[in-house]
Design a protein around this ligand. Structure first.
Ligand SMILES: O=P(O)(O)OC[C@H]1O[C@](O)(COP(=O)(O)O)[C@@H](O)[C@@H]1O
Ligand SMILES: [Mg+2]
Ligand SMILES: [Mg+2]
Length: 297
């Protein structure tokens, strides 16, 4: 399950590069958000996972590729929206991005986010190669959560692209009070359904599910509990992608003292060498993730 072996940058140069990536993510967020109103339509292409792209997905990806690619210290950029990673320089760090997570929430105007992962290895990299990860949430307030140097911090991003630290050393509350499970219920496995029904029976927990993974995970970081996008009967690997979603969220949640799993082991220990590989995701408080693993065993 979760382990405490969180890798961090060990050279001053890598620390500067990570700071540069965080700065690009934060300062680009207002532009991505401002660009959304005219881009709530589908783009012409599908992404490498076979999903319809929104114009906003492509817009955010292009902006981030250009800006992250220009940073000294970054050698490769990849995103959910392009088939191959792009060589952007000679730096030893690679950056993988989900430019808009939850973009199907764009039409009904619900929360979405931008997720980033910084790896100290060529792409596709391994979860243990991560040296920083985080996300922006385009909610009523624009916030950014960053895991680096062994801690998780939260920032508020203003419309003028300035940003301020509002919470240091964020950890999951001990008593988890929310849960959210994705996928169609009839498509859940029997073991997962049994676990889900048990979680629901506990009167101290409420359902919080919005259909944007990053919004749903941020509920867990805020209130504690458990989020899952599980193995489905029709999709044994679930829906979410290892490099762009599973690893970075694993890194954030485990750095914040929570646990993550693919059903059997930490998300950071998933071994998949395809850039667009998928994984089931279970993240939350350690006791709940342990129960989940026992239920699926
Ligand atoms: O509505 P579905 O198909 O269950 O999918 C919901 C999941 O798909 C996602 O939107 C996938 O991410 P993208 O929007 O980046 O493709 C997650 O944010 C969310 O948890
Ligand atoms: Mg996504
Ligand atoms: Mg996406």
């Amino acid at each position: 399950m979760a382990t405490t072996d969180i890798n961090t940058a060990d050279t001053a140069r890598d620390v500067r590069t990570i700071d540069g990536v965080v700065d690009v993510i934060a300062t680009t967020a207002p532009e991505i958000r401002t660009g959304l109103p005219g881009r709530r339509v589908t783009a012409e292409d599908e992404n490498p996972s076979g999903e319809t792209q929104m114009a906003a997905d492509v817009f955010a990806d292009d902006l981030l590729c250009e800006r992250i690619g220009a940073l000294e210290g970054v050698g490769e950029y990849a995103s959910e929206e392009r088939p191959e990673s792009v060589d952007v320089g000679t730096g030893r760090l690679s950056v993988a991005v989900d430019p808009l997570d939850g973009s199907s929430n764009l039409k009904p105007n619900n929360t979405m986010g931008t997720i980033f992962a910084v790896y100290e290895a060529p792409l596709p990299a391994h979860g243990r190669d991560l040296v920083a990860a985080g996300y922006v949430l385009y909610g009523p307030v624009m916030t950014m959560v960053v895991a680096r140097n062994g801690t998780v911090d939260e920032y508020v991003i203003h419309d003028d692209a300035s940003y301020e630290l509002v919470r240091e050393d964020v950890t999951l509350p001990d008593e988890g009070s929310v849960y959210g499970f994705g996928g169609r219920v009839p498509d859940w496995t029997d073991d997962f359904e049994t676990f889900a029904r048990e979680v629901e029976q506990d009167a101290s927990r409420k359902l919080r599910y919005g259909g944007s993974m990053i919004g749903d995970v941020n509920q867990i970081l805020t209130y504690g509990g458990i989020f899952a996008y599980p193995t489905l009967e029709s999709a044994p690997e679930g829906k979410l992608r290892v490099q762009f979603e599973g690893y970075p969220i694993g890194y954030v949640i485990e750095t914040a003292g929570g646990a993550t799993s693919d059903g059997a082991k930490s998300l950071l220990d998933v071994d998949k060498d395809d850039l667009h590989a998928r994984t089931p995701m279970y993240v939350g408080n350690t006791d709940l993730v342990a129960k989940l693993e026992a239920a699926l065993d």
